[in-house]
Design a protein around this ligand. Structure first.
Ligand SMILES: *[C@@H]1O[C@H](CO)[C@@H](O)[C@H](O)[C@H]1NC(C)=O
Ligand SMILES: *[C@@H]1O[C@H](CO)[C@@H](O)[C@H](O)[C@H]1NC(C)=O
Length: 456
């Protein structure tokens, strides 16, 4: 009997080894091995060790950004217990240039473009599962800038392609194609981060959910489950029967590029009728042309003046008080935001570069806002030449100054984190997986959960 056992175990191990060698890792960077040693699944002779191909399902996502579309094929391995979510793994990923928004008024071009992506998707989903595999296309930044008519026409044309079974074998649902709002992006990123941390699996208290801070080129988002009652900005996310009331706000004009333009706008107001102005958030020796909203062109040269830079940013980021802020408290202007309390946050994407360059991220990824502020001020006094000498790429010198000054003010003055907070990690990854909305959207869509916006 004992030899028999050994045989089975060995068979399983070999099968498992071969299997984990051929299949890739899950989203936390570990080999997918759920159920390897589960005796119920591990039948005699080692066949059926681990989840069989029959149990696996797939999902296809087109992540339609402004300059490219990223195809991602997700594989879902069912969970063994009702206490945990299925495991999602990206089994295929490919980038296609340009973005869908370059096919406005070009139906044929769009069909050809989508068909080539679909061909790639077909090669990566088993043929017998394709018609049960849902397909999604969610567009972000780029498409938000199209006119409403162009966007509607484009979405309709995409739907036509996905619906046409001679072009796409996948399962099409009308709600699977559309443009995400900044808030939806924030909500899905929140789902992704908490999924990667295993938060949804055990019955962990709400207080252990992490929040997410995202910084893109155009917008910046803050998403978390507040400890206190929520008066506005809510989304409800239901995962495994549990509903979470999320606060999310997307500030459309506060991303990296947008804030640059905003600083220029203020400089123009403070220096009326001038075509050349000194920009205190840029390094001496650096020069830049900007086009203002009113069409005027402005040439800015750096004056390496962190105090002036802080002054401008504080003006932009200041919360309203008194009767201009209702409900209270406010974050930026009159935008309501509940307290961040002692919730753990992940600050991703554009929040990571300047802090990394300025050595303000500790070994455990904690962002040190005091170090960031100090080092940013030191860096902002440099000339471009000195910055390059210190090892910072020429085209990042001024951006590092601006972001280094911007991030501490945004987090403390607007979001109301204490200056000495240890609750913000600056990283775009958890394990080997990136905290991105695509993963969160697939966690919701492919495992039967839902997101609802609460309207009041
Ligand atoms: C589906 O696509 C094919 C190939 O482009 C085309 O000939 C056909 O008319 C389309 N069908 C529908 C219903 O649009
Ligand atoms: C930032 O500050 C830390 C600690 O104060 C210091 O060790 C580091 O060299 C500084 N880095 C830069 C780029 O100024």
């Amino acid at each position: 009997m004992s030899r028999f056992h050994v045989h089975i175990a060995l068979g399983c191990l070999l099968a498992a080894a071969a299997w984990s060698a051929t299949l890739d890792t899950d989203l936390r960077g570990r080999p997918v091995k759920r159920g390897f040693f589960s005796s119920a699944k591990c039948k005699i002779f080692g066949s059926g060790c681990g989840p069989s191909e029959d149990d696996l399902t797939y999902g296809v996502l087109f992540d339609a950004g402004s300059s490219s579309t990223k195809l991602r094929v997700y594989r879902v391995t069912p969970s063994e217990s009702s206490g945990s979510l299925p495991t999602l793994a990206i089994v295929y990923s490919q980038r296609f240039d340009p973005g869908v928004d370059s096919f406005v008024n070009d139906e044929d071009g769009l069909r050809e473009y989508l068909t080539s992506i679909l061909d790639s998707a077909k090669e990566n989903v088993p043929e017998n599962k394709q018609e049960r595999t849902p397909i999604y296309l969610f567009a972000t930044a780029g498409m938000r800038f199209l006119s409403a008519d162009d966007a509607t026409a484009l979405v309709d044309n995409i739907k036509e392609v996905f619906q046409n079974s001679s072009l796409s074998p996948f399962l099409y649902k009308p709600a699977g194609v559309g443009i995400l709002s900044g808030e939806e992006e924030g909500v899905y990123s929140w789902v992704a981060a908490n999924y990667l941390l295993g938060f949804f699996n055990e019955n962990r208290p709400d207080t252990e959910a992490v929040g997410v801070l995202e910084m893109g080129g155009g917008s910046t988002q803050i998403t978390f489950v507040p400890r206190n009652p929520l008066y506005d900005g809510e989304f409800q996310v239901t995962v495994r029967g549990r509903t979470f009331e999320l606060y999310v706000h997307s500030y459309l004009q506060f991303g990296i590029n947008a804030i640059n333009n905003w600083v220029a706008q203020i400089l123009a107001e403070r220096n009326p009728r001038q075509r050349f102005v000194h920009n205190p958030c840029m390094l001496k020796g650096d020069e830049k042309e900007v086009k203002l909203q009113n069409g005027l062109e402005l040439t800015m040269d750096g004056s390496s003046d962190p105090d002036q830079c802080k002054d401008i940013l504080t003006t932009i980021l200041k919360p309203e008080t008194g009767i201009r802020c209702e409900p209270k408290p406010c974050a930026i202007g009159s935008v309501y935001q509940p307290d961040v309390d002692d919730i753990q946050f992940y600050a991703t994407q554009g929040f990571t570069y300047a802090p990394a360059t300025l050595n303000a991220i500790e070994d455990d990824e904690t962002l040190n806002l005091e170090t960031l502020e100090e080092n940013a001020s030191r860096h902002c006094r440099r000339t471009l030449k000195q910055s390059v000498k210190a090892g910072i790429k020429r085209d990042l010198g001024s951006t590092t100054c601006l972001m280094g000054e911007y991030i501490p003010i945004l987090f403390t003055t607007s979001y109301n984190f204490p200056t000495d907070t240890t609750n913000i990690k600056a990283t775009s990854n958890i394990g080997d997986s990136s905290i991105d909305w695509g993963l969160g959207a697939m966690v919701i869509e492919l495992t039967g959960n839902q997101v609802r916006r609460r309207r009041r």
